[in-house]
Design a protein around this ligand. Sequence first.
Ligand SMILES: [Ca+2]
Ligand SMILES: [Ca+2]
Ligand SMILES: [Ca+2]
Length: 476
Amino acid sequence: MKACARSVASVLGVIAISSVCFLGYAQGSRAPKKIAFTEDGYPYIRGEYLVKVRSSAALERLLDNQQESLGSVSRKAPVLDAGETGQWYKVQISDDYKLREAILSARESADVVYAEPNYVYYSQVSREKNLPTPPSRGGKGGPDYNAAPALPVPPVADPDIAKMYGLSKIGAQQAWQVTGGSAKVLVADIDTGIDYNHEDIINNLWRNPAEVAGDGIDNDGNGYIDDVVGWDFRDKDARPFDDNSHGTHTAGTIAATGGNGIGISGVAQQASIMSLRFLGGSEGSGSLEDAVKAIEYATNNGAQIMSNSWGGGGYSQTMFDAISRANDKGILFIAAAGNSGSDNDKKAQYPANYKLPNVLTIAATDSADKLASFSCFGVTTVHMAAPGVKILSTVPGSKYSSLSGTSMATPHVTGAAVLLKSVYPNMKARELKAALMESVEALPSLSGKVSTGGRLNISKALAVAKMQHGEPSSGN
Ligand SMILES: [Ca+2]
Ligand SMILES: [Ca+2]
Ligand SMILES: [Ca+2]
């Protein structure tokens, strides 16, 4: 009993002196809900935390100690999965009301690098309108490449392109005089999955060259079985199909097939899109654990650009480390600023606010070049804007629909980065980011709102890159 009392006192001591965010609870409901909020308003999964330890033995020691000192703390699953940035684990406890104590006591341990809530993230689409209902999960083992319409030669205009004001705003048509993109540029769409049988996307999907579909074997030894187009981290399988529409929409803006006489065109007409699903359901939500695994997968499997139209949870060291590792590999990480219409300089949004050289944060503008009413901004933390109001793109079932959000602005910049990378394959994250930021079109509505005071112009970005890196190389 004495040992127990000392333990509790020491935990309370930490509570008194620590400046870290504490966990609180949504008021007014006693019913067990899966999601709760920290005191500073960030959503997390009840009863779960992530911890990075110096060894697996250290984890066992920690959990044994917690069980002893915090009586009702139990571990449903001691070690569910190990991340790849080192030894981080997800811990589940039965009583969420003990989660704060569990995290704080973990942080006290010399064995622990950090401990944090398993935050929740959401797709950054405007909720003014319901998303179109996707069809039931299509296909068995992945995309049906045999059903893909062949790209006609010479290129045939995409019929709905006139409805895409975003492409005109950012100078896409002029940029296409230089390059339409390249299948050599691998871009990760970290989202709700993609309808990988969509008529206007199927030709621009990544195909894992070293993986054989449907044989139940991890042919390339990357830890994922039959991952031919990406991975579904939410449902833990090889079929990252879109159950929400959001991810198919962002994928189409990045690189719906241009010049095939069908539907629309992405900002890049050609690219290799990797579908990494960690968000899902009607809200398009997902966990920190799965987000980080998706980022790690993209980093480890050759992605050069990551498109991230989501946000929600608070500062996470696990995620910071994962994005930092992508930075070390020269991978650009493009993030939506958020849809709460607030100032990110005052209330941080993540991943948008991570201070890393490869993070490029995007606000949304409309067809009149005004900052969208829902768009977050931040003169130091948000870098630039792109069209994000009433954006026409692809949705599941080989359909097309308009959506609004910083979610829609972000993939415009991703597509632009694909175009740069396709003719300047040696440009690293830092250089891509600089070229995109230096070439923005300054707009009065963005002055004092984003650090560049401007909106994406890919045609100008290619011109800036040409001054810095010489003549563009052939895209293919
Ligand atoms: Ca594999
Ligand atoms: Ca296989
Ligand atoms: Ca098309």
